[in-house]
Each structure stands twice: as structure tokens, then as C-alpha cells.
Design a protein around this ligand. Structure first.
Ligand SMILES: [Fe+2]
Ligand SMILES: [Fe+2]
Length: 230
């Protein structure tokens, strides 16, 4: 039994979205992911940190869900900025059930227990002084911070592993609202995606304010799942 994480699979089995235009590393990325997942077992848990499918509806993402469902392990999904297929949890769960997809679960205003840990998270948000519509950004950021806190409260005091799509911290940027939560709750580590290609060099990894940060975007990991613990 093991806990793994990876973000930004950017699957596109039913939409024409070649990924290798983003660099040689993306060539055959679906096959690379299949190979890495195939080393897992059904009692493993994998957290997918957003940007899972290019589909713009649940129907368009269905082949990507089926691809994931056929791979070993329980997959816990959170939302990324490109997951346009994302709906209410009730709709998504009903869609999975209708299509006999049984290994995908949603991290959204909730948490999952894994051994002594609670797995918490949300998409997160990115905004800075140059963002054009600050009022809108403030609203989205506050909502994301509330979602994260709801998830952390559900942990019931357990030690938390936090999963976000957007990095709350990278070179030249910090998101105080999210970082404050990471410090106030008993968070051991924070895993995030979203940064691709040349942005990898802006990633911040390692210990900051008692939290161990890791970038787990798939291209950064060369499409190998990151093992967190047994
Ligand atoms: Fe993203
Ligand atoms: Fe991405």
C-alpha cells in the first residue's frame, strides 16, 4: 500500500490536443503515464493535482476517466485551471457511477484519511497586483481559501498532507491567504502542480515555515508518480 501524487496529466484521449508542441518531454506522455501507473497495485492511492483532462464536458473527458479507471489504485482528483469538465461533486459522482467508473474520487470541500494522515486540498488561486480584475480575483481567492479550510477542518486534528493545483509559493510570488492556512493547521507537506516547462525553474521546494513543498507537475516528474509514503 502506498500514497503517490502527480499533477497535470493533461490527458486528451477524445479531444485533439497534441501535447508534444509543449516540448519533447511531452512526447507519448499518455504511454509514459500508463507505464508508471502500471507498477502500482489496487490498494495504492494516487492524488491527481488538477489539469487532468482537456475535455470541456464530462462526456468529453469520459475516455480520460476510463483510462485512469483501468489503471491500478484509487485516484483522488482535485480541480486544475484547465479542468473545464468539472461540475458539482454530486454530478461528477453520478456520472462516474453511471459509467461504472469506480476508482475516481473527488477532493472538494472534504478530506480523505490515509493512515494517520488527512489528505486535504483545493485548486488554489493565483493573483498579484497586475491582475486586471482585482475584485473578481479577491472573490475567487477567498472562496478557495475557504474550501481549503473546510477540507482542513475535516481532518479533525490529524497531520495534513495538502494538495493544491496552483503553487502557493514560487520565486517572485507568495499567496498569503493559502500560506497562512498551511501554517495554522498541522500541515506536514504541500504538493502542487501547474508550473510547466520554463516555469519549473521558479518552483520552490523543501522546507518553508515548517511545511515541505514539492512541485509534482507531470512533466517536471518526467511522468513518474511521486511516492509520498507507504
Ligand atoms: Fe494549470
Ligand atoms: Fe497544467
Amino acid at each position: 500500500m502506498g500514497l503517490y501524487a502527480i499533477g497535470d496529466l493533461h490527458l486528451s484521449l477524445s479531444v485533439n490536443k497534441p501535447m508534444d508542441i509543449f516540448g519533447e518531454v511531452w512526447k507519448d506522455h499518455t504511454e509514459k503515464l500508463r507505464a508508471s501507473f502500471s507498477q502500482l497495485r489496487d490498494d495504492d492511492t494516487i492524488v491527481l493535482c488538477g489539469d487532468t483532462s482537456w475535455g470541456i464536458s464530462l462526456e468529453e473527458a469520459l475516455e480520460d476517466f476510463r483510462f485512469l479507471d483501468r489503471l491500478p489504485g484509487r485516484k483522488i482528483l482535485l480541480k486544475g485551471n484547465h479542468d473545464y469538465w468539472w461540475e458539482t461533486a454530486a454530478k461528477m459522482n453520478a456520472f462516474f457511477a453511471e459509467h461504472e467508473i469506480h476508482t475516481l474520487q473527488l477532493l472538494h470541500n472534504n478530506c480523505f484519511y490515509y493512515g494517520n494522515y488527512a489528505l486535504c486540498g483545493t485548486r488554489g488561486w493565483f493573483s498579484d497586483e497586475e491582475t486586471p480584475d482585482m475584485a473578481h480575483n479577491r472573490k475567487v481567492l477567498n472562496r478557495e481559501a475557504m474550501r481549503l479550510e473546510t477540507s482542513m477542518k475535516a481532518a479533525g486534528g490529524r497531520q495534513i498532507l495538502c494538495f493544491l493545483h496552483y503553487p502557493p509559493l514560487y520565486q517572485g510570488y507568495a499567496c498569503p491567504e493559502i500560506l497562512e492556512l498551511l501554517e495554522r493547521y498541522p500541515v506536514k507537506a504541500c504538493y502542487y502542480g501547474h508550473l510547466h516547462g520554463p516555469s519549473h525553474k521558479r518552483a520552490i521546494e523543501g522546507m518553508h515555515a515548517g511545511v515541505d513543498f514539492s512541485l509534482i507537475a507531470a512533466d517536471y516528474l518526467r511522468f513518474q508518480l511521486k511516492k509520498i509514503c507507504e
